[in-house]
Design a protein around this ligand. Structure first.
Ligand code: GCO
Ligand code: MG
Length: 404
């Protein structure tokens, strides 16, 4: 069925989201998430100016060819803007295919390999006591896996904590211009094992414990961290060092048995090829919306399966409900599924995006609606106009720019 129109919808129900909606000549619509946190309008322009004109008149069922056309045809390959735009097209086309077939996308991918997917929630606190209360609330809700972050004593601010008053989730893109944070690795390396000890002492070992380091350490520091956390049996530590230096993970690997997860900033299979084929990581965190859509992420996951690496996709609140629904469709089908991040979405996102996934006993179930199982309400979206917002930046105590 021919593609008749493609529209880019920008909205800010709690935070900014960019959604591509493709319409075929019989009126079927499909949507894909095109949100790139802090650089949203770059993807909007890429889609409107350089992708939409190429889609009109193409057969919406030729998902593979359209993917290759946009990837190879651009000549300038890869990169977050290009790959987020391609991802949005890919997801929207899978959505259309599912609706036309009357089947959920997971059925088109060969069917479910499990009923629901294990998710992890985000507990945090301004101090350890507050963190412990938050962990308790996740366990009470039935979560079987919890990521923990707490303010590092002596530092003014720490990434990944709930902002007071925003409810269940935090929002890193919090200001009109980037907030400046300060970082001191020694303070963090002292504190992290204390935090994990407190969590395990209070709640025991009968749930999965995760932690995000957000690219802030050197390989040796990361190795030290991994070792110091071994007694607390982490499910993973995430992004211990800057992800683009794939060889660095060999050093971490040689010194610790704490599992490593990496990849939320990767856009293609090439970005993680060495990490996977050299077995330098345990979980690959590439996402549907930043890694070229369902079609490309599936290839990443298949490569990972060959090397015993499991999936653990990024699912922060800046990946829209469209992205999360698409992630679930793929997660339920892959043999090497590990875990899926779920941060939830700030209200009023649920007014704009109608989802049909369901949380039960620590797992998320994608539902059986045709396509991706998520719809956007354009009238509701129009009530929440785009608000320019940036991610923070981070400096060492002497002012040197650092990873945030
Ligand atoms: C995570 C991530 C996020 C990112 C955010 C950037 O593990 O959930 O690190 O918090 O920083 O998605 O836009
Ligand atoms: Mg992360």
């Amino acid at each position: 069925m021919e593609i008749a129109a493609a529209d880019v919808i920008v909205t800010c129900p709690g935070r900014n989201y960019v959604t591509l909606r493709i319409t075929t000549s019989d009126g079927t619509t499909g949507i894909g998430d095109a949100t790139l946190n802090g650089r949203e309008l770059a993807v909007v322009a890429y889609l409107r100016e350089h992708v939409v004109p190429l889609l009109i008149g193409r057969d919406s069922g030729q998902i593979n060819d359209i993917w290759q056309y946009l990837y190879r045809g651009a000549y300038w390959r890869r990169g977050p803007v290009t790959m987020t735009a391609i991802a949005a097209v890919d997801c929207a086309l899978w959505d259309i295919l599912g609706k036309r077939a009357g089947m959920p996308v997971h059925q088109l991918l060969g069917g479910k390999a499990r009923d629901g997917v294990l998710i992890y929630g985000h507990a945090s606190g301004q101090d350890v006591d507050e963190l412990l209360e938050d962990v308790a609330s996740y366990l009470d809700k039935g979560y079987q896996a919890v990521r923990v972050q707490a303010a590092v004593p002596g530092l003014d601010s720490t990434y990944g904590l709930h902002h007071p008053g925003t409810g269940a989730t935090y929002e890193p893109a919090d200001a009109r211009l980037p907030t400046e944070n300060r970082w001191h690795t020694p303070a963090y390396l002292d504190f992290a094992p204390e935090m994990m000890r407190a969590v395990r002492e209070r709640f025991g070992y009968d749930f999965h414990l995760l932690h995000d380091v957000h690219h802030r350490l050197s390989p040796l520091e990361a190795a030290q961290l991994g070792r110091s956390l071994e007694p607390y049996r982490m499910f993973w530590i995430e992004d211990p060092t800057p992800a683009e230096d794939q060889e660095a993970f060999r050093t971490i690997r040689q010194h610790t048995t704490t599992p490593i997860a990496v990849g939320e900033v990767f856009n293609t299979i090439w970005d993680c090829q060495q990490l996977i084929t050299n077995r330098l990581i345990d979980y690959i965190r590439t996402s549907v919306s930043h890694t070229g859509g369902i079609s490309h992420l599936r290839k990443v996951f298949d490569l990972a399966a060959l090397y015993g690496v499991r999936t653990g996709s990024h699912g922060a609140g800046d990946l829209s409900p469209v992205s999360f629904a698409a992630a679930l469709q793929l997660d339920v089908t892959v043999p090497n599924f590990g875990i899926q991040e779920y941060m939830g979405h700030l209200e009023p996102a649920s007014e704009v995006f109608r989802t049909n996934y369901e949380f039960r006993d620590g797992r998320m179930y994608p539902g059986d609606a045709p396509g991706l199982g998520v719809e956007i309400d354009e009238e509701a979206a129009a009530k929440y106009p785009y608000q320019p917002k940036y991610l923070p930046v981070n400096r060492l105590l002497d002012g040197t720019m650092h990873d945030w």
